[in-house]
Design a protein. Structure first.
Length: 186
C-alpha cells in the first residue's frame, strides 16, 4: 500500500511539472514584439513632455518641487544634512559647509552656489543635473538661511510669502556679492 501512495504522489508531481512547463511555452495570442513607438506617447517626444512650473500653483511650496527635494536628498544631505548645517553622516569627516550660516549666505552669490553644484569644489563632486534643478537647489539653499528661519518663527512675524524672495546676495557684479542695507529694528 505505501508503494502505491508513493507512485501516485510521484505521478501527480510529474504531471504538475509537465503542465507548468508546457504552459510556459505557449505565447499569449495578444502578445506582439515591442516597438519604439510603444514608448513615446506624445506626437513630439521631449517637446511635449510635462514641465514643472510654479505658475498657478495654489500650494505654498516656496517654488520647490518634488524633483528638487529628491535631488537635495540624494546629492546633498549625506554631507550637508537635512537642514544644510553640515551635519550629515559624512559632513563632519569631509568638513561640509554649514549652508544655514547667515554670514555664508550673505557672502555667497547664487551664481557661485550654482557653479559649485555644477563643477564641484574641494571634496564635493560635480553633480551633472539639469539647469532647472540646479536653479531650484539654489533656491532651496537660500531657504536654509538660519536668520531667515529665526525671523519667520518669531512672534508677530509676517507670514512667509509663497515664493521665495530674492536674497541680498543673489546678483553680483564681477563675482562680488551685492549686500542689502541693514534693517533697523524699532
Amino acid at each position: 500500500m505505501p508503494a502505491r501512495i508513493g507512485n501516485r504522489a510521484l505521478r501527480l508531481v510529474l504531471s504538475l511539472v509537465w503542465l507548468s512547463c508546457s504552459a510556459c511555452n505557449d505565447a499569449p495570442a495578444d502578445l506582439r514584439p515591442w516597438r519604439p513607438s510603444d514608448h513615446d506617447h506624445t506626437a513630439n517626444p521631449n517637446a511635449d513632455q510635462v514641465q514643472v512650473t510654479d505658475a498657478g500653483s495654489a500650494e505654498p511650496g516656496h517654488g520647490l518641487d518634488d524633483v528638487t527635494i529628491v535631488a537635495w536628498q540624494q546629492n546633498c544631505t549625506s554631507c550637508h544634512g537635512a537642514l544644510g548645517r553640515g551635519d550629515g553622516p559624512q559632513g563632519p569627516m569631509l568638513h561640509a559647509a554649514d549652508l544655514s550660516r547667515s554670514e555664508w549666505q550673505a557672502a555667497t552669490t547664487d551664481e557661485a552656489i550654482a557653479a559649485t553644484i555644477r563643477q564641484g569644489r574641494g571634496k564635493m563632486p560635480a553633480f551633472p543635473l539639469p539647469e532647472a534643478t540646479i536653479a531650484r537647489l539654489v533656491q532651496l539653499i537660500r531657504l536654509l538661511d538660519a536668520s531667515r528661519m529665526q525671523h519667520a518663527g518669531a512672534p508677530g512675524a509676517a507670514p512667509t510669502p509663497s515664493a521665495a524672495p530674492a536674497h541680498p546676495a543673489t546678483s553680483s557684479s564681477a563675482g562680488k556679492p551685492v549686500t542689502a542695507p541693514k534693517q533697523v529694528d524699532r
